[in-house]
Design a protein around this ligand. Sequence first.
Ligand SMILES: [Zn+2]
Length: 409
Amino acid sequence: MTGPAALAALALALQLPGAIVVRGAGRPVEVPIVLMDGAPAVRADEAIPALGGRVSRVAEGRWTLALPGATLDIRDGLPFAGAAGATLPISASPRLVAGVLVLPLQLVTELLPRTATGLTWDPARAELRAGAGTVFSPASNTVGPGAGAREPVRKPASARPSRPATPRDRRVVVVDAGHGGPDNGMHGPINGRFTIYEKDITLAVAEKLATSLRARGVRVVMTRSTDTLIALSDRGRIANREHGDLFLSVHVNAANMGWTNPGGARGFETYFLAEAKTEDARRVERMENEAIRFETTVDAGKHDALAFVINDMAQNEHLRESSELAAIVQQSLARMHPGPSRGVKQAGFRVLVTAYMPAVLIEIGFGTNPAEAHWMNDDRRQQEIAGAVADAAMQYLDRYERRVGAQQP
Ligand SMILES: [Zn+2]
């Protein structure tokens, strides 16, 4: 299978047959997606002018991107943008590649709509446009040298795609028990007198989590409630069909047998979807994506690089929210978990790729560690884990709804 490393090696040489459509000043423009270190990106000289903006090099390795209502300062190799005194994180670093400034796609599809005036990103159509619902804003037909200084278009309240403008009376949380059926997931512990299978632990915790959330007035959708195999891509599809507000995937970690003391590894970690940053994150990514080999009907189209890139773009909409949700889950687990917090991490989990909502994958502990395996196999402890995750979900939903509420005119 095409791994991220292989994609990275191709870098800009491979121009994927994918593009985003920009409907700005003038005719709609297709901006091709390129790969930079395996992640989707666009050329600044193609994307920014298409938006009616201007790219200026202000010094060696420094540029400004001037757009209606916003000016972003960016630097070669720095994953941050400066805008009106604020420093905004970017999913990867903008870089000068063979004399061309290349921008991570997330900068264009997520950061710009948040900072510039009147820009909306429609992930379903991979379209970036000025003014929601209108193909051209009245002021966008300006021609001549002043075309870059398009009149600001007020962003309507509905500018956030795939989100209701008002908080819903009933929240929907999708609970995903990892693995199932022929896919046991990990088993452990190392040198234990008993054996646990990940698929059983995740289902037991997921069921308790569902009960706990329902008791808090939440509608819960479980991707599986029996010992059965659900394709990774279908898990996300179930979540989308049910219009989930968030997606929680429960898993059990396994130590790498190559570690000095694999049985000693303990603790919990929460992932959100992004490029794997560390070797350890890549280990967990490989392990959790492995489930795909149990899927008998492999839809090649779903698993190719382009589909991944396109899905990734849609998911970028929720990148910040997913990382915030992950942080809240970690904090909540830290209050009850006997093991160390291994922190919030990022990796490219297929199960998260297809869920177009804030989504996290929780490794509740190491099944390879005898004490932790025993702990997570206990009914009462499972209840506590479920309670901690449910608390985090509620805290996140409350925060989110307050934020959305505050944005209302
Ligand atoms: Zn797993």
